[in-house]
Ligand binder design. Structure first.
Ligand code: FAD
Length: 495
């Protein structure tokens, strides 16, 4: 196997490392020789993340980006020293946790050093009184949840990728889990952090329930996607494991009926841990065994916590659904959801058949919640070659919702699969922005959506954010090319 056999997709101006052996030796001096690699087989393992298009490419012998080295540091001091070295030598550093990101965030588009955080995998402390857990940021999500469960707690953060993602990755991409309506998203859960800044300084954000001590600098790193700092430790909220779970499902005639019922449930300040609305296409696909739901909109709820409170939440949820033409489908659809909720074979089955597919999650306020659904379906179904577009509503707030669209198709003659893929993405993003939504609910920006950031944040917002990046990272070594489209500086002074 040789890299020359592969076509490199993100073939940007690569960083030039004049003396690779010297850099390898210096990295080895920091982390020990066994924790640095430039073997082709290792480099190949870090050429992509979990964006589905990279799977299409891989099957065709194409790779997304090629790193020069992989390092596996074991403590914060080593991370700091690696960043200092990278600054001196002007080499990009790409933080990498479990690679489950789906927007190209950890793809080494300019080459450089992949800094893998998998050895940051320890639980430092579980504090029963404060209801917190302190962990090293590379810890695997499911390992953490299992440890918490064994001690009578839950972390409340259960992304579909929990088996293949880390706390640091959640923080970097502002992740949201399936139980987030009750427990919150990662930004609600993080209470303290240790972060290594691009020039190697270490910053400790103390663990505190809340503070009114000026602007909160720590918030910059939640969603920073490894461009502003590397999170090495975090303290998160935890909760006592729920005493009771109520499983509820209703099928509604139209998505509008279901959205309205959910909006009113939240307006009553009832926050089921899980709410999910599946449009007709996804209901027929995922709940075919439930006859009452055929050609309807399946909606599932999980209320959990103290028994008395759960009973009351269940009562209000049922009453509201029934007032909005909901047909009770019992516990079976929710049990089915529990059994299949980590199953992602559907979309990953497409690439071997040369079908280009992906999922896009967006956010919208309640006022436009139904409109955005119909608009995205209408706009994307006009794309030549698109065979499938469907959605479920996966995240809920008193003020709005997060949608999850799935598309799949075959590029028409004369259109490359990447062009087709970008057309589907861009059509969805533009439609959502035109209606006033946000193009990213919980997957982050990465490469896939960086060219839309000026519309998302506005010209002034993006400009100021770039300046902040430049202050923290004047050599632009930390995950260049992500979020703000800042290109790698080939020569001193080049932007
Ligand atoms: C099948 C599937 C289901 C998914 N379901 C969900 C879901 O339900 N909810 C959800 O929110 N997301 C979901 N995702 C997306 C993905 O799992 C999340 O974005 C996750 O947070 C990425 O974590 P990771 O540890 O794999 O990070 P990686 O993919 O390794 O990295 C992601 C980004 O974070 C940076 N990074 C990683 N670690 C650090 C660190 N310690 N400090 C600074 N930067 C860092 C990387 O440079 C990169 O930019 C899903 C993905 C897949 C493939």
């Amino acid at each position: 196997m040789n890299f020359e056999d592969f076509e490199l997709i993100y073939n940007q101006k690569r960083c030039q490392i004049e003396d690779k052996e010297d850099i390898k030796k210096k990295l080895g001096n920091i982390v020990s020789a066994g924790n640095v690699s430039d073997k082709e087989i290792d480099l190949l393992a870090y050429t992509n993340d979990s964006s589905l298009i990279t799977l299409n490419w891989m099957i065709e012998g194409k790779i997304a980006g090629k790193p020069d080295f992989i390092v596996w540091p074991e403590n914060v001091d080593q991370v700091s020293r690696i960043l200092k070295l990278a600054n001196k030598e002007k080499i990009p550093i790409i933080p990498f946790a479990e690679g489950s990101g789906v927007v190209g965030g950890s793809i080494p588009i300019y080459g450089g050093i992949i800094l893998d955080l998998k050895k940051f995998n320890r639980v430092v402390e579980i504090n029963d009184k404060n209801l917190t857990v302190t962990v090293e940021a590379g810890i695997n999500g499911m390992n953490l949840e299992r440890i918490l469960n064994s001690k009578g707690f839950t972390g409340g953060h259960v992304p579909q990728s929990i088996y293949t993602s880390s706390v640091g990755g959640w923080i970097a991409h502002r992740a949201a889990g399936q139980f987030s309506t009750k427990y919150g998203k990662i930004e609600d859960i993080v209470l303290g952090m240790e972060v290594v800044l691009p020039q190697g300084e270490i910053i400790h954000f103390k663990t505190i329930a809340r503070a009114s001590t000026g602007p909160q600098l720590d918030k910059l790193f939640i969603g920073g996607e490894g461009t502003l700092g590397i999170v090495t430790k975090a303290t998160l909220k935890i909760w006592p494991f729920p005493q009771k779970r109520a499983l509820i499902s209703y099928a509604f005639p139209k998505i509008e009926d279901s959205l309205e019922a959910c909006r009113l449930i939240l307006r009553e300040m009832v926050f089921p841990a899980v709410i999910r609305i599946y449009d007709v296409a996804e209901t027929n696909r995922h709940f075919e065994q439930e006859g009452k739901a055929k050609d309807k909109v399946m909606t599932i709820f999980v209320c959990e916590g103290k028994s008395d409170l759960v009973d009351l939440e269940e009562k209000i949820t049922r009453k509201t659904c029934e007032e909005h033409s909901g047909i009770d489908c019992g516990v079976k659809p929710v049990e089915h959801w529990f059994e299949t909720r980590f199953n992602v074979k559907e979309t990953s089955m497409f690439p071997p058949y040369k079908i280009v597919a992906d999922t896009i999650e967006i956010a919208i306020m309640w006022e436009k919640a139904a409109e955005v659904y119909h608009a995205v379906l209408e706009a994307t179904s006009k794309i030549m070659g698109n065979l499938l577009i469907s959605a479920h509503v996966s995240h809920f707030y008193s003020n709005g919702v997060g949608y999850y669209f799935t598309f799949g198709g075959v590029p028409p003659k004369g259109t490359s699969e990447f062009e087709f893929y970008q057309q589907c993405w861009n059509t969805t993003v533009k439609t959502v922005l035109d209606i006033g939504g946000s193009f990213g609910h919980h997957h982050g920006v990465g490469i896939s959506r960086s060219h839309w950031m000026e519309r998302e944040w506005g010209t002034v917002g993006l400009d100021k954010m770039k300046k902040i990046k430049n202050i923290l990272d004047p050599n632009n070594i930390l995950n260049p090319g992500k979020i703000y489209l800042n290109t790698w500086k080939i020569k001193e002074g080049e932007q």
